[in-house]
Write a protein that binds this ligand. Structure first.
Ligand SMILES: Nc1ncnc2c1ncn2[C@@H]1O[C@H](COP(=O)(O)OP(=O)(O)O)[C@@H](O)[C@H]1O
Ligand SMILES: [Mg+2]
Length: 597
C-alpha cells in the first residue's frame, strides 16, 4: 500500500472540497463555541469586581446584586451557546461522512481487478467505516474545539496578564515545557495511531478471510492455527493501543501537572502581593477564577491533539485509496456503439501481470485469433496457460500490455467500459453470487427484460431447481442466503451470462461442476442459444469442445492452432494430448513435457 508523508495541514487541507459546503455551519458552530468560552471567561472578571465591591466599607448593595445578576446571565448564555454549537455541527458532519463514503465506494467500484488483488478487503472496509467515522467526529467536535481551546487559553492568559502581569508570567513560563512536549507527542502519536489503524484493517482482512474460508478451515482442522494467528494479530493491535494510551497518558499528566504547580506558586506570590498592597483581593479572586476556567481547556489539549492526529491518519488512509488511479482509462471521446456484429479479433495480444518479474516471457505472448460474428470458439490449453486471463481481457478487466483486441474492427479501448460491459457477458470460474434472490442474481446484467428472460436463462442453464427452492426464484441465495451446491451455483452464473443477451459471450469452463447428464442437457440447449452470439468458451472436457464451431489451442502464450475439433485431433499433437488428458483425470492439467518424460 502506498504511504507518503504529508504534514498535518496538508492532510487536513485535502478535506476542504468535501467540507466546503458545510463550512458556514461549522463557522457558526465555532462562533457559538467561542461565545460559550468568552462567557465563561467573563464571569471571573465580574467576580473580581463583585468581591472588591463587597469589601468596600461604604459599598453599594445594589451593585452587588447587579453583579450577581450579570454572572447568572453570563452562565445562562454559556449554556445556550453550547447547545447551539451541537445543533450547528452534528448534521452537516454526518453529510460529509456519508458523501466521502459514497465517493470511496464509487472509486473502489471503478478500480481494476488488479487493484483489488493488491488491497486487502479489510483495509478497504476499515477505511470505509472506521476512518470516515473518525473524520466525522473530528469535523464536528475535535476541529472546532481545538480552535476554541487554543483561543480560550490565549485570551485567558492575556486576561491573567492584564489582571496581574507577575502572576500571569508564572503561567506563561509554565506553558513552555508543555508546548515543547507537545511537539514530541505529535511525532510519536502520529506513528502509533497510523500503526493502530493499519493493524485494525489487517485484522479485519483476517476475519473476513477466515469467515469466507470457514469450511476449508474446519475441514482441514485448521481452526486452531487460524485462531492462533488471529490472536497474535489481535495482541499486536492491543500492544499498539497500549502504546497509544501511554503516550496520551504522559502528555495528559504533563499538561495537568505543570499548571497545578504554577497555580501553587502563583497562590504564594499572589497572597504576598495582596499583603504588600500591590494587588486587590478582587483581582486575586478574578485571577484564580480565570485560571480555573483556563484549566479545563488546557487539560483537554492532549486528547484533542490526539484526536486531531488520529483524524489526520484517517484522512491520509482515505486519500491513499482515492489517489489510486485506475489503469483502465475511459476514452476521451468514446466510440458510440450502435450495432455490433459480434466479430472479435485478437491482434498480437500481449499481457503480463503487473507484479510479475520484468524479465521472462509475457503470459500472453502474441495471441492472434479471429472470431466471426456468431461463431462459437472453444479455447483449450493446459492449466496456467492463460485462458482465464485472456477471457478477462475481453471484458476489459485488465488492459492488454501489447497488441489489441478489436470488436468489429475497433479497439475495445475506444469504447466506454460501460458499453463494453453491456455487450459482453461473462461467467467466470469462481462463481460469485450476491446476497440477493435468484431472480436478481440472474437478471444482474439483463437490463429491462423481466420474467421471460429469467425463465429462458434458467431453462438453458438447466437451473430448474430454482423453482423448487423455498421461495422459488425469490429465494435469497449468496452469502446471507441459502447455500447452493457448486453445480447449482455454476448454473445460476451461466444463466446470468445468458440472460444478459450479449453480443459477445465469454464462458470460463461453465460446465465443469455439472454431472455428465446435466452437462449434455445444457450443451444441447446452449447450442441453440449461442447461435447468433459470438462465444469464446474455455473447455476442459471434450463434450464442451463439441459445442464449438472451431477450437483454438493456447500454448506458450500464443494460439498454436485453430480449426474444427476433428481436424485438430488428426493434425495437432498438443491438442491430442490435451483432449486425451482432459478426459483422463490422472494427468489432467499437467505439463505434457513432464508427463511424456
Ligand atoms: N491476478 C493475478 N496476478 C498475478 N498472476 C496471476 C493472476 N491471475 C493469474 N495469474 C497467473 O497467470 C497464469 C495464468 O493463469 P490463468 O489465466 O488463470 O490460467 P488458466 O485459466 O489457463 O488455467 C498463472 O500462472 C497464474 O498464476
Ligand atoms: Mg482458468
Amino acid at each position: 500500500m502506498p504511504q507518503q508523508q504529508t504534514s498535518l495541514t496538508e492532510s487536513i487541507g485535502r478535506l476542504y472540497p468535501h467540507a466546503k459546503p458545510i463550512l458556514p455551519r461549522l463557522a457558526r458552530g465555532l462562533v457559538c463555541a467561542l461565545g460559550a468560552s468568552l462567557m465563561a471567561l467573563a464571569i471571573p472578571q465580574v467576580l473580581g469586581a463583585l468581591v472588591n465591591e463587597t469589601l468596600k466599607v461604604d459599598g453599594d448593595g445594589g451593585a452587588v446584586w447587579a453583579a450577581v445578576a450579570v454572572v447568572l446571565v453570563l452562565g445562562a448564555l454559556e449554556a445556550v451557546f453550547i447547545a447551539l454549537r451541537r445543533q450547528f455541527v452534528i448534521r452537516p458532519a454526518t453529510t460529509v461522512e456519508n458523501q466521502m463514503r459514497v465517493s470511496l465506494y464509487r472509486h473502489v467500484q471503478d478500480m481494476t481487478v488488479a487493484f483489488h488483488d493488491r488491497w486487502g478487503s479489510g483495509q478497504l472496509l476499515s477505511r470505509a467505516m472506521t476512518d470516515l467515522n473518525l473524520i466525522r467526529r473530528w469535523l464536528a467536535f475535535g476541529m472546532i474545539m481545538l480552535v476554541v481551546v487554543a483561543l480560550t487559553i490565549l485570551i485567558g492568559i492575556t486576561l491573567m496578564l492584564i489582571t496581574s502581569w507577575r502572576l500571569g508570567l508564572i503561567f506563561l513560563v509554565a506553558s513552555v515545557p508543555i508546548v515543547l512536549y507537545g511537539f514530541r507527542f505529535r511525532t510519536h502519536y502520529r506513528i502509533v495511531s497510523r500503526l493502530s489503524q493499519d493493524q485494525t484493517g489487517d485484522l479485519a482482512t483476517t476475519v473476513e478471510e477466515s469467515v469466507h474460508g470457514i469450511r476449508v478451515l474446519k475441514a482441514f482442522g485448521r481452526g486452531r492455527q487460524a485462531l492462533d494467528s488471529f490472536t497474535e494479530q489481535a495482541e499486536e493491535l492491543r500492544a499498539t493501543e497500549i502504546r497509544k494510551a501511554r503516550s496520551l497518558a504522559t502528555v495528559s499528566l504533563i499538561v495537568s501537572m505543570i499548571p497545578e504547580l504554577a497555580l501553587g506558586l502563583a497562590l504564594v506570590v499572589g497572597v504576598l502581593s495582596v499583603a504588600d498592597g500591590q494587588l486587590t483581593i478582587g483581582a486575586l479572586v478574578s485571577f484564580f477564577a480565570t485560571a480555573a476556567v483556563v484549566a479545563a481547556p488546557v487539560e483537554s489539549l492532549g486528547p484533542l491533539m490526539a484526536m486531531t492526529l488520529t483524524a489526520k491518519t484517517a484522512i491520509d488512509r482515505h486519500f491513499e485509496v482515492m489517489d489510486e488511479t485506475s489503469s483502465i482509462t475511459e476514452p476521451e471521446h468514446p466510440r458510440p456503439v450502435k450495432h455490433l456484429s459480434g466479430a472479435v479479433e485478437f491482434d498480437n495480444v500481449h499481457f503480463k501481470f503487473p507484479d510479475t518479474p520484468a524479465a521472462g516471457m509475457d503470459l500472453l505472448n502474441g495471441v492472434g485469433l479471429t472470431l466471426k460474428p456468431g461463431e462459437t470458439m472453444a479455447l483449450v490449453g493446459i492449466t496456467g496457460s492463460g485462458k482465464s486471463t485472456l477471457l478477462q481481457l475481453v471484458a476489459r478487466l485488465h488492459d492488454v500490455t501489447g497488441g489489441s483486441i478489436r470488436f468489429d474492427g475497433t479497439d475495445l479501448r475506444q469504447f466506454s467500459t460501460s458499453d463494453i460491459r453491456s455487450h459482453v457477458a461473462v461467467a467466470f470460474e469462481d462463481t460469485t453470487l450476491f446476497s440477493s434472490s435468484v431472480r436478481d442474481n440472474v437478471l444482474l446484467g439483463a437490463g429491462e427484460q423481466g420474467d421471460e428472460a429469467l425463465a429462458e436463462a434458467l431453462d438453458v442453464a438447466q437451473a430448474h431447481f430454482a423453482y423448487e427452492l423455498p421461495d422459488g426464484v425469490d429465494t435469497l441465495i449468496g452469502e446471507e442466503g441459502l447455500s447452493l451446491s457448486g453445480g447449482q451455483r455454476q448454473r445460476i452464473a451461466l444463466a446470468r451470462a445468458i440472460a444478459a443477451k450479449p453480443k459477445v459471450l465469454v464462458l470460463d469452463d461453465p460446465l465443469s461442476a455439472l454431472d455428465v447428464g446435466t452437462e449434455e442437457l445444457v450443451t444441447e440447449r446452449l447450442r441453440q442459444v449461442l447461435e447468433g452470439t459470438t462465444t469464446l468458451i474455455v473447455a476442459h472436457r471434450s463434450s464442451t469442445v463439441a459445442l464449438a464451431d472451431r477450437v483454438a489451442v493456447l500454448q506458450h502464450g500464443a494460439i498454436n492452432a485453430v480449426g474444427p475439433h476433428a481436424q485438430l485431433l488428426a493434425t495437432n499433437e498438443h491438442y491430442r494430448y490435451i483432449i486425451t488428458s482432459l478426459d483422463d483425470e490422472e494427468t489432467a492439467g499437467q505439463d505434457p513435457d513432464e508427463v511424456l518424460s
